[in-house]
Design a protein around this ligand. Structure first.
Ligand SMILES: C[S@@+](CC[C@H](N)C(=O)[O-])C[C@H]1O[C@@H](n2cnc3c(N)ncnc32)[C@H](O)[C@@H]1O
Length: 263
């Protein structure tokens, strides 16, 4: 399906070139907070390493709470999160998905919107992982790491400006951005999939699409379902929903990850 075009933008225009100034200010504030938080965590990590705290937590990381504390020093550090063997979902959900994949003895095939440490985590537990990422600045370091993993097929599918997006993002500052090619990437990915992870952008549209690509007995992992804007999509999916709240790696506030299935 051809992408809708706004009069002010073409498919070739970068998203940031046309976004209204006010929205860019909101985004900049959010990004500024994230950068400050990551910088503070890096500083704290140097102190924690020097004091022996990191080593002490590493020795105890088979238990959930020390592992959570250890992960706080690994925010936005894919290599550390990989060493800790952690995707960015709530700890309860990680354990449930781990058990789901162990039952399938490495034979499961997974599709994921929103690549990162989770992609590496899945690659160790699945026969094949297909992952789609939207974030161009995040892509080069990620792609380098994923290229070394033979059972991962990952691609960057960037959003485009559009007046009336078919697959919008509900995130502040992203109205009028088209994610349809990103959402529809699953159509050519060789499904159905035993596991589908929704942890990127345009999550409501991703869920609408995911239900058509889920293998019998399959599971959908939908992260950050504490955000109310995802509720209509969850309701219309008709799937059984199990919500697993609690802490997730690398951030000091609670979240919620939902597991959706047909039975
Ligand atoms: C919501 S996160 C989830 C990533 C993945 N599903 C996981 O569990 O690790 C996805 C977004 O966070 C950002 N991101 C994730 N890891 C990052 C890192 N280590 N450094 C910078 N940005 C990161 C990127 O913008 C990416 O599109």
């Amino acid at each position: 399906m051809p992408l809708p075009k706004s009069p002010a933008a073409t498919d070739a225009s970068p998203v940031t070139s046309w976004r209204p100034a006010a929205e860019q200010v909101i985004e900049a504030g959010r990004d500024g907070f994230a950068r400050a938080y990551v910088a503070a965590a890096r500083g704290a990590r140097r102190l924690a390493r020097a004091s022996g705290l990191i080593a002490a937590l590493d020795r105890r990381r088979h238990r959930r709470f020390p592992l959570f504390l250890r992960s706080l020093f690994a925010v936005h550090d894919i290599d550390e999160l990989d060493r800790l063997d952690l995707p960015w979902w709530t700890f309860g959900a990680i354990e449930r998905v781990d058990a789901f994949l162990r039952e399938r003895e490495g034979a499961a095939r997974a599709f994921e919107w929103g690549a990162g440490a989770s992609t590496l985590w899945l690659s160790r537990r699945c026969r094949e992982v297909v992952s789609v990422e939207h974030d161009a600045p995040w892509w080069p370091p990620l792609a380098t790491r994923l290229a070394a993993v033979p059972n991962v097929r990952a691609s960057l599918v960037e959003p485009r400006a559009a007046a009336a997006p078919e697959c919008p993002s509900g995130r502040a500052g992203w109205s009028g951005v088209e994610f349809a090619p990103y959402v529809h990437a699953i159509r050519d990915a060789g499904g159905p999939f035993d596991l589908i992870v929704i942890d990127g952008r345009a999550r409501a549209a991703c869920l609408d699409e995911a239900v058509h690509h889920l293998a019998p007995g399959g599971l959908i992992v939908f992260d950050n379902t504490h955000r109310r804007r995802y509720e209509p999509a969850i309701a219309r999916s008709g799937l059984r929903v199990e919500r697993i709240g609690g802490f997730a790696p690398a951030v000091p506030w609670p979240s919620q990850t939902a597991l959706l299935s047909r039975t």
